[in-house]
Write a protein that binds this ligand. Structure first.
Ligand code: FA5
Length: 337
C-alpha cells in the first residue's frame, strides 16, 4: 500500500512539473488533490488493510502525499501566474518615444562659445573674471567714468532708464548698463591693486537693430591697475590676445580715439590674414578721475582698460554677415557653429 501511495504521489508530481498552463493546473488540482482525487480515493482502500498500525501509517502517508502534491500545485500556479503577467506586460507595453528625426546633442550658442573662449584666453594671460549688475546706477555707468551730468558723451549711449527710484535717490538715475565699464569702478572699490580682471556681460542700448547693431548685446571689459603700467603694456596685451583668440595670422593696431574714461584713448582694430582691418572695441589708459572715483591715487597707480563687443567678435570669427542672424534662433543657422 505504501509503495502504491508513493508511486501515485511521484506520478502526480511529475505531471505537475510539466503543466504549462493555468487551466491545466486547475484540472490537475481537482484530479490529483481534490476530495475525490486520485490520492483521496486511496483512502477507500484503507479498510482492506489488516492492522490498525498499517492503517495509521498508510493514512498518514496519504495525507503527506496530498500535502506535497498541493504544495507543488500551488508553486506551479504561482510560477505560471507570474509568467502570464510578464507576457501581458510585454504584449501591452506602449512605446511612447517617437522621434521624427534622430535627436542630436545640442551645443552652446555661438555668442556663449565666444564668451567662454574669451574668458579662457584672458585667464591664460593671467586675468581674473569679475562681474557687475545689468541694472546700474547712473553714477557707476556715467559719473564715475568721468561723464558728469550733461556730458555730451552720455547722449551717445541712447540709454534705457528703469522706472525705479533708489531709497533717498532721484527718478531717472537707474538704468540698464550701456557698457561693461561700470565693472571697472565696482572692482576698484571692492579690491586693492594690483588688479587684472576681465568682465564679460550683457549690455543694453536703444540702438535700432541692423547688420552690426543689436539693442541687447555683449561686451567684455578689461581692467589692469598696477604700478608703472604704460600704453605699451596695453598694446602688448591686445596683441597677445589677438593672436591667442583669432590665430597667429592675425595682428592688431591701436588707432587714436576718444573716450571720457581713458586718456589717451584708442580704437582697437584687428587685421585679418587677407589684410582687411576690422574695428573691435575701445581702449586706453584709465583716466585719473576714474582712478579717483575708484578710490585710488593716480600718483601711485596707473592702468589700462578695454572693452570689446563679444557678438561682433563671434560674427567676425565665423564670418556671419548679419549680427541679427545670431538672435533669430533659427536652428538651421545656429547648428552650424
Ligand atoms: C564702449 O562701450 C566703451 N565702454 C569701451 C571702452 C572700454 C573704451 C574701456 C575704453 C576703455 P563702444 O560704445 O565703442 O565703447 O562699444 C564697444 C564695442 O561694443 C564696439 O566696438 C562694438 O564692438 C560693440 N557694440 C557697440 N554697440 C553695439 C551694438 N548695438 N550691437 C553690437 N555690438 C555693439
Amino acid at each position: 500500500m505504501l509503495t502504491e501511495i508513493s508511486n501515485a504521489r511521484d506520478a502526480a508530481l511529475a505531471e505537475i512539473v510539466v503543466a504549462d498552463a493555468l487551466d491545466l493546473v486547475a484540472s490537475l488540482t481537482t484530479r490529483l488533490a481534490g476530495k475525490k482525487g486520485d490520492l483521496a480515493l486511496l483512502k477507500t482502500k484503507l479498510g482492506s488493510l489488516d492492522t490498525v498500525e498499517e492503517k495509521k501509517a498508510a493514512g498518514k502517508s496519504i495525507n503527506e502525499a496530498i500535502s506535497a502534491v498541493t504544495a507543488a500545485l500551488d508553486e506551479r500556479r504561482e510560477v505560471l501566474t507570474l509568467r502570464a503577467l510578464e507576457e501581458r506586460v510585454e504584449a501591452e507595453r506602449l512605446d511612447l518615444t517617437e522621434f521624427v528625426v534622430k535627436p542630436s546633442r545640442g551645443h552652446a550658442h555661438l555668442v556663449t562659445q565666444a564668451w567662454e573662449r574669451l574668458e579662457n584666453v584672458f585667464i591664460g594671460l593671467g586675468f581674473q573674471v569679475a562681474e557687475g549688475p545689468e541694472v546700474e546706477t547712473d553714477w557707476h555707468n556715467f559719473e564715475a567714468l568721468n561723464m558728469g551730468e550733461g556730458h555730451p558723451a552720455r547722449g551717445e549711449f541712447d540709454t534705457l532708464f528703469v522706472d525705479h527710484i533708489p531709497p533717498g535717490g532721484r527718478a531717472g538715475t537707474t538704468l540698464l548698463r550701456t557698457h561693461t565699464s561700470p565693472v571697472q569702478i565696482r572692482t576698484m572699490l571692492e579690491s586693492e591693486p594690483p588688479i587684472y580682471i576681465v568682465a564679460p556681460g550683457r549690455v543694453f542700448r536703444r540702438d535700432t537693430p541692423d547688420a552690426t547693431h543689436m539693442p541687447v548685446f555683449h561686451q567684455i571689459e578689461g581692467l589692469v591697475v598696477d604700478r608703472g603700467i604704460t600704453m605699451a603694456d596695453l598694446a602688448g596685451t591686445i596683441e597677445a590676445f589677438t593672436k591667442a583668440f583669432f590665430g597667429p595670422g592675425f595682428t592688431s593696431r591701436l588707432r587714436p580715439s576718444y573716450f571720457p574714461f581713458t586718456e589717451p584713448s584708442a580704437e582697437f582694430d584687428i587685421q585679418r590674414p587677407n589684410g582687411e582691418w576690422i574695428e573691435l572695441g575701445g581702449c586706453g589708459m584709465v583716466h585719473p578721475n576714474v582712478l579717483r572715483a575708484g578710490g585710488l591715487d593716480p600718483e601711485e597707480w596707473s592702468g589700462f582698460a578695454f572693452g570689446f563687443g563679444i557678438d561682433r567678435m563671434a560674427k567676425e570669427r565665423h564670418g556671419v554677415e548679419d549680427i541679427r542672424e545670431m538672435y533669430t534662433n533659427d536652428i538651421r543657422f545656429l547648428e552650424q557653429f
